[in-house]
Design a protein around this ligand. Sequence first.
Ligand code: UDP
Length: 257
Amino acid sequence: MATTVARASAPPGVRRSVRILGVRVDDVTEDETVLLADALIRAGGRHQVVTVNPEFVIEAGRNPVFAAALEGADLATPDGVGLLLAARYLGTPLRGRVTGVELTQRLAALSAQRGYRLFLLGAAPGVAQAAALALQRRYPGLIIAGTFAGSPDPRHEPFLRQLIVAAQPHILLVAYGHPRQDVWIARNQPYLNVPLAIGVGGVFDYLSGRVPRAPAWMRRAGLEWFYRLLRQPERWPRIVDAVPRFTWAVVTRGRRG
Ligand code: UDP
């Protein structure tokens, strides 16, 4: 049995990647992620970005379709303080976090600058639209190609594909929560003609103001997850399931190749 931590081969443009319980995580900072996203959009084709956190890693261990979507992603950013702690414990420290809200805001700023068109798919009815308006207020000139709540139900896919193809966005943000959003992108992107698609979880809820964000000091201290738990107690069962499993798995299995 190997005793060293597995290292993943990094995708183009990424200096270094690591594996945490088999899931590839790219050691990228927020600035690098924005530069890479810009390069991927300019390159054309189609690209998927996933924002990996401990819940993703646990889910990937029991959901091969989700694991394949993560493995196939062009960029896997490190989200979640637990992931950073695990990486450090395993001797493969990551340089920083790239959170969904900050990444979305940075991509909106980039889009306003470059004329990229953004499509916001998912969340409860009206939330994506409210999030888009908030982004446009903050980044004047930002072009919103479309917003739609829709559903991750495969029966809705033909309609959603048509809607997105007609809107011609450069960046598609999908907020159906993991694993559905990331699997949805992997399955549908071949039909969408969108250069960059990202699963963003609850980001529209925050941007729209529907769910308050943690105060800055809590975010700096890596305690945003705790604040989310206080504000959204329905998240408890998920966290109680994922955090001990993740910690135990990292300590007992994390160093195997
Ligand atoms: N959501 C949705 N349709 C669904 C399930 C979820 O639009 O069938 C949205 C939900 O309204 C929320 C987001 O997906 O905006 C999930 O956010 P969460 O923070 O739970 O994402 P996760 O952390 O699971 O990736």
